[in-house]
Write a protein that binds this ligand. Structure first.
Ligand code: MN
Length: 334
């Protein structure tokens, strides 16, 4: 499956890398690792994302390779692109946000179109790219980028190893989510061989939070509600609370899973009111029930044990309705 992609890469010169909205470290680590590998081959590469990098993730990009898409500034770049890599997102051009339409036009243009290549580990990929490698068994897209680079005979530089490790570390919840397997640890071992310091990277991701974020975590833990015979836990966070703590909705990585610490909880739900008056829904499951179906019904998606969506509506109402739907999914009476 990699040979066709490697052939396309060898023939072309201009590359654009992109990923989904709501950036995370698997998305960014995969982009940055692939970017460095392609540039080591002498390619011209731009990473263009719809969203800007949240403050908590900026440490990942010291050379400022990540760019936020601007239609006026980047149109000519998109026009020049011969290959578009879509990483960690496989449910279509809409999933990559604002830039999706411009990239779709480039990939679907009748004359001299760019080749769209999708690499992802989310289940149920849409048929939108010319080449697709989707492996839902992979714990992170970074695992697949590792496979691509090593199949191509590329060198795992210390920075490539670091980016891939960050993607795997975070998408596996520090090597504990259900997709963590032998291959995940074998890759991690190769990345440590290539120079990764696991203690250092753990600190960079999990122990550099501002005080206010940790205090907000305390608030969320205090506000947790539990229902469905102890099998569902949830919390609704409104904009006013986020503002009071000085934390942005983009910096709540790890919060949706907080309630999974409680024994007996099978599904946890975090609903966050966004600045635009919408509700950002995050679902986590212990693996005994798939929550991505519910997220898909709401226009979102994800993995069986970690999924999400953003919907219109009132925060309290959306939360209450979702709790009822989760209880129905678990077949427990409230
Ligand atoms: Mn991922």
């Amino acid at each position: 499956m990699w040979s066709e992609i490697i052939r396309v890469v060898s023939k072309q010169q201009h590359f654009i890398l992109t990923t989904h909205a709501n950036l995370d470290l698997d998305a960014l680590g995969s982009e940055l690792a692939l970017d460095e590998y392609l540039r080591s081959l002498g390619k011209e590469v731009s990473i263009l994302n719809s969203d800007s990098v949240p403050r908590s993730l900026r440490f990942v990009d010291p050379e400022r390779r990540l760019r936020t898409f601007s239609p006026s500034r980047h149109q000519s770049k998109i026009q020049r692109a011969e290959v578009i890599f879509v990483l960690d997102a496989s449910d279509g051009w809409e999933r990559v946000g604002r830039i999706g339409r411009a990239l779709a036009a480039r990939a679907e243009s009748l004359q001299d179109r760019a080749t769209a290549i999708c690499i992802d580990h989310h289940p149920d990929p849409a048929d939108f790219a010319h080449l697709t490698v989707v492996n839902p068994a992979a714990a992170a897209t970074a695992e697949l980028i590792f496979d691509l680079i090593t199949h191509a005979g590329g060198v795992l530089t210390p920075s490539i190893a670091r980016w891939l490790y960050l993607g795997i570390l975070t998408d596996t919840g520090s090597f504990r989510f259900p997709k963590t397997n032998l291959h995940t640890h074998q890759i991690a071992a190769r990345l440590i061989e290539a120079g990764v310091d696991p203690t250092q990277l753990y600190k960079e991701v999990y122990e550099q939070h501002p005080l206010q974020l940790v205090r907000l975590k305390g608030y969320v833990l205090n506000s947790l509600q539990v229902g469905g015979n102890g099998q569902v836990a949830w919390c609704a966070l409104d904009q006013a609370t986020l503002k009071a703590f000085g934390v942005s909705a983009a910096d709540l990585d790890g919060f949706p899973g907080l309630a999974m610490q409680i024994g007996g909880v099978r599904v946890s739900l975090l609903c966050v009111g966004t600045a635009k008056g919408r509700v950002k829904i995050s679902l986590r499951s212990d693996g005994s029930v798939a929550v991505n179906g519910l997220a898909a019904q709401l226009g979102g998606g994800g993995h069986p044990s970690a999924a999400g969506a953003t919907v219109e509506g009132d925060l309290a109402q959306v939360t209450a309705q979702l709790v009822a739907r989760i209880e129905a999914l678990l077949e427990v009476r409230p």
